[in-house]
Design a protein around this ligand. Structure first.
Ligand code: NIG
Ligand code: FE
Length: 405
């Protein structure tokens, strides 16, 4: 039951219609017990009953809700730096995929790895993310494709989610059609809807089901089939939508009541209106826009229309080979013209909404999980402007210290 004191500025990031409102509190204090926030506010107003509690010093740092990376492809084998070089020479992502590179290349490397190796590698990434202030990580399967290797990835996430850092697993078997089913798409879809999805749902191995709706991946019609089966089994829907072309992915997200639609670089005006009507969160992935050299999603149009915009890394070996969420946040400012405050909210409360976790985490409010990071910066504006390897001094999840500089 500690009280954190000497906080120069704390951002509560409470729910608000305006994503740019982050509720700063100067000279703040924060108290928690059994992993739950009990009190937060200006230190001079701390009730006397807390005065005897053990004190922890923030040393004049800035306190933010624990960062939430709400879109990653956390566990995979190998890397694909040669494709990065090919793309620099002009090759295009979909052409590389068509000749067996891209997702298929990572699927082959992932299937070769033992469960132990996959777990150890992902664990290393999670520890490095914790050093950056990240307390919650969404993690997709999608590099196994066949049921057995997909289940293995989800089991890795289940094992890694036993500690205070929260792991939110998503089934993304509809990432690509595996080579084994290239000539039998329909059979692959039936394998997903009739076997894998019911099994994943009944074993509680995933909270969400995601589909990559794109040319050379899955059509809107196929996405609808997979997501309807997932909803029927009790999973919630997410989509990789309108990343490389505008193909009705956002409209499908709205139709099936998805919790989020992610990427959206090519979203149409009708797509924006559909997300707004259905209350779907837009997840921006600035690393993927940057690495693939496509225009960023229209964040200003989305926000103006009343669609909240989350910010995540998309960490994967192809389009986004970095788990550095604070760098992605700076890119969301420069590429997407979001304010630092909007971006902070996008990687905390709005990201929690994109995971259906807004009652548990994402803001510093009484009753929520004590998930926070202490940052060595005078303000969120200064933090995201002055790019450093790591400005995070301490990370706490569910009241437990994950990391200290
Ligand atoms: O989110 N768009 C599809 N999936 C990933 C890329 C996966 C890969 O290239 O390995 C993405 O960008
Ligand atoms: Fe992705």
């Amino acid at each position: 039951m500690p009280v954190l004191r000497d906080i120069a500025i704390l951002y509560r990031c409470a729910p608000d219609r305006d994503q740019g409102q982050v509720h700063p509190v100067s000279d703040a204090a924060l108290a928690w017990e059994d992993g739950i926030i009990r009190w937060v506010g200006p230190a001079r107003e701390l009730p006397p009953s807390y005065h005897g509690w053990p004190t922890s010093e923030a040393r004049g740092g800035m306190v933010i809700p624990g960062l939430i990376d709400c879109h990653t492809h956390l566990a995979f084998g190998g890397w694909r730096e040669q494709e990065f070089v090919e793309r620099l020479r002009g090759a295009n992502y979909l052409d590389i995929a068509a000749r067996g590179g891209g997702i298929a290349a990572t699927v082959a490397r992932t299937r070769e790895m033992t469960t132990d190796e996959l777990r150890r590698r992902a664990q290393g990434h999670l520890a490095a993310m914790a050093e950056l202030g990240v307390t919650t990580v969404e993690a997709k399967s999608g590099y196994g494709l066949l049921p057995e290797p997909e289940l293995r990835l989800l089991e890795v996430y289940r094992d890694l989610g036993q500690g205070p850092q929260r792991i939110v697993p998503t089934l993304l078997a509809a990432h690509a059609v595996p080579a084994e089913y290239r000539e039998q798409r329909d059979q692959y879809l039936r394998l997903l809807t009739d076997e894998l999805i019911p099994q994943v749902a009944s074993r509680g191995l995933a909270r969400f089901c995601d589909v990559f709706v794109e040319q050379r991946a899955f059509s809107v019609e196929e996405g609808r089939r997979v997501l309807r089966a997932a909803l029927g089994a009790g999973l919630r829907a997410k989509l990789h939508a309108d990343q490389l072309s505008s193909g009705g992915g956002a409209e499908l997200a709205a139709e099936v009541g998805a919790v989020s639609a992610d990427h959206l670089e090519c979203i149409s005006t009708q797509g924006i209106a559909a997300l707004r009507r259905a209350g779907v969160v837009a997840v921006s992935l600035p690393f993927a826009s940057l690495y693939l050299g496509v225009q960023p999603l229209p964040a200003r149009e989305l926000l103006a229309a009343g669609v909240p915009v989350a910010v995540a890394t998309d960490f994967n070996p192809g389009s986004a080979p970095s788990f550095h969420l604070p760098v992605a946040m700076t890119l969301a400012c420069t590429l997407q013209k979001m304010s630092p405050a909007e971006v902070l909210k996008g990687a905390t409360l709005v990201a929690a909404r994109a995971l259906g976790l807004e009652q548990e985490t994402g803001s510093l409010e009484v009753g929520k999980s004590a998930d926070f990071a202490i940052i060595d910066a005078p303000s969120v504006e200064h933090w995201l402007y002055h790019l450093r390897p790591n400005a995070c001094l301490r990370t706490v999840a569910a009241g437990q210290e994950l990391w200290r500089a």
